[in-house]
Ligand binder design. Structure first.
Ligand code: G3I
Length: 305
């Protein structure tokens, strides 16, 4: 029988999942992960609070466990994430501008150096834009002290640190055409025109009844691809159940397959049991690791059976 990973490979794509290091010892979790997926994203273990809790002291233990596991199974690894306002240790926020710039670049070099050559794509900057109609940048220590240029600087530092890694900008509520995705689009267009190194844009794709799969999802992915970057679906989960949820998953897979530069999809967890949406059932396997209708729909949309 096909798996998500093998069926996606038949379409020239990867099919990944977020992974938490503390579940790798659970036999059913590891068996499902190893059987079905061809890429993993550490759910929390590569974030700043986990990897550089105090300045200049790096801790890679949990992230290394995930990378080692993935490599032992022949899976690729997505890096998530280098520069983000959340899960940021408090010491970062108390630095002055000059120190903060150095600390940001040191952090990028520390992470990307440790995993050099081992990460297929890095989320270099995550969630730098506000929700709502303004298209403005989100307040963060980086934005507030370094200004708009922090994003460009992060990408330039990242390119030098690991030239083999694809460098992505990643965000949510940018999945359809709207003011926020327009702002990201303008930034990517500007980066491409000025030669700022960017290779991909990640569309998190956390969907629920308030934020359903947009009708212009494919169109939005395509307009970014037309700028000359790859697009990736990076944190997919969809609230719901049964055939309605399955139909929504089908829409997402079909949108990616319709865009030749959509290089892969990642769901944000293996099983509903450990979803960050603690009360929800947004993933492809239920709490007992049984395949849900959404699983069958994704496999079928990928051309598998
Ligand atoms: O590790 C501590 C543990 O020691 C402590 O006992 C426990 C008590 O609450 O908390 C644990 O940390 C939690 C961590 O997940 C690891 O489980 C944090 O409280 C919790 O806030 C954190 O949530 C993560 C969230 O990002 C934080 O922003 C979710 O697991 C993770 O799925 C979620 O992922 C984000 C992406 O990185 C970016 N896009 C949105 C996405 C969903 O929110």
């Amino acid at each position: 029988a096909d798996t998500l990973g093998s069926a996606a490979a038949g379409q020239g794509r990867y099919f990944g999942t977020a992974v938490a290091a503390n579940h790798l010892g659970e036999a059913d979790y590891a068996a499902t992960l190893d059987r079905e997926f061809s890429s993993v994203t550490p759910e929390n273990e590569m974030k700043w609070d986990a990897t550089e809790p105090s300045r200049g002291t790096f801790s890679f233990g949990s992230a290394d466990r995930i990378v080692d596991h993935a490599q032992s199974q022949g899976m690729d690894v997505r890096g998530h994430t280098l520069v983000w306002h959340s899960q940021l240790p408090s010491w970062v926020g108390s630095l002055g501008a000059s120190d903060l710039r150095t600390a940001m670049n040191d952090h990028i070099n520390g992470l990307m150096g440790h995993y050099k050559g081992e990460i297929h794509s890095w989320d270099v900057v995550n969630e730098a834009f506000q929700d709502g109609g303004s298209g403005a940048r989100r307040s963060s220590p980086f934005q507030d002290k370094l200004g708009n240029g922090f994003i460009e600087e992060a990408f330039r530092t990242a390119r030098a640190a690991d030239p083999a890694a694809k460098l992505c900008y990643n965000d949510y509520n940018t999945d359809g055409v709207n003011a926020k995705s327009n702002a990201v689009y303008d930034m990517v267009k500007d980066f491409k025109s000025r030669g700022v190194p960017i290779d991909c844009v990640g569309f998190q794709s956390h969907f629920n009844s308030n934020s359903p799969v947009p009708s212009d999802y494919r169109q939005n992915l395509q307009r970014f691809a037309d700028l000359g970057v790859d697009v990736q679906i990076t944190e997919l989960d969809i609230e719901g159940s049964g055939s309605a949820q399955a139909a929504d998953y089908t829409k997402v897979v079909e949108a990616c397959l319709a865009v030749s530069r959509c290089t892969g999809m990642t769901v944000w967890g293996v099983t509903d049991k450990y979803s960050w949406r603690s009360s929800g059932t947004p993933l492809l396997f239920d709490g007992n690791y049984s395949e849900k209708p959404a699983y069958d729909a994704v496999l079928s949309a990928l051309g598998g059976s």
